[in-house]
Design a protein around this ligand. Sequence first.
Ligand code: NAI
Ligand code: MG
Length: 357
Amino acid sequence: MKKQIILLPGDGIGHEVVQSAKQVLEAVTERFNHSFTFHTHDIGGCAIDQHGTPLPHDTLQACQEADAILLGAVGGPKWDHNPSHLRPEKGLLGIRKALGLFANLRPIKGFPQLLHASPLKREVIEGSDLLIIRELTSGLYFGTPSERSQNDKSVVDTLYYERDEIERIVDTAFQSARRRRKHLTSVDKANVLESSKLWREVVEQKKTEYPDVIVTHELVDAAAMKLITNPTQFDVIVTENMFGDILSDEASVLTGSLGMLPSASTRADGLGLYEPVHGSAPDITGKGVANPLAMILSSAMMLRHSFDMEEEANVIEEAVRQVLADGYHTADLNVTGGTIVNTKQMTQHVIEHVTSK
Ligand code: NAI
Ligand code: MG
């Protein structure tokens, strides 16, 4: 299969980890006889330096024409004091919005070798394997008005959803649940918020189209508590933009390291942007020690969601499991024993498992 992939390394360790993911994908193309072409474009701080804007027109156009996008990370101290239109993260928010990437998928799965890297008790997190689906282009972060009164005596933000925006994210969630353990938890605040009441109604209506999926409704405050006291009860969680932002960061503590968490931002026709959850890590940039696994796992999500390459995605995920089982880990993982490796060595170990049948 032929595919065009845009690489947006961005800033800091973005370059190091995107390079790793590209090499792993090249190993996948060899093993499965695919043909992937890669083109690299600027976004974030490096784009501000090179082109005077965090999201150059060329970058956006290339992404619009691509089959999928891999992004490293944006930002760093160099641009922290820039005016708001020249901030690296403007590039990231801009590309998600411009491409209509409304569904943010964050799988959270503890690897057995990393159970003691989490601050939570082993018996609580063991076996947890969940997928948080966050609505990404509407809700409280985009609703208008969002402003202060002139005398600063009052302020308003608006939680606005159109029914079809709720329907499309709920459909995505049901379809994902179908491919997993067929349990969907919809998280809202329907005891208080009108937007949540409509959200709940839509889920109840959609449920009839997916009779094989079991649906549970949770209020967001209770869901926050259960996520860290009983995470194994969850399979797929679907929720509004801000609730999803908070819950997905909370859930990341189940796995022990930021360097392990992939994510996907997708839309219905399959185009997607895949990126690690972590940032540009200025403190370790250029040292060659960044953990490339979140980025590599993001590329596996790309194969599954944008290219329908389930087997190829499984091969990468299995390779990561194998490398951890062999005792290799990067320095960010708080595990005792095993062998500490750098970015290139970690990548090489993953590639060895991808190429060995
Ligand atoms: P960060 O995720 O870059 O780093 C937090 C800590 O985790 C650091 O100690 C870092 O060394 C470590 N870390 C992160 N990823 C790692 C990896 N793959 N391997 C090993 N260690 C890793 O978050 P921080 O420090 O808050 O932000 C740094 C910059 O990144 C800021 O400019 C921030 O705005 C930006 N950022 C960008 C994001 C994105 O592009 N999606 C997301 C989060 C932050
Ligand atoms: Mg967040």
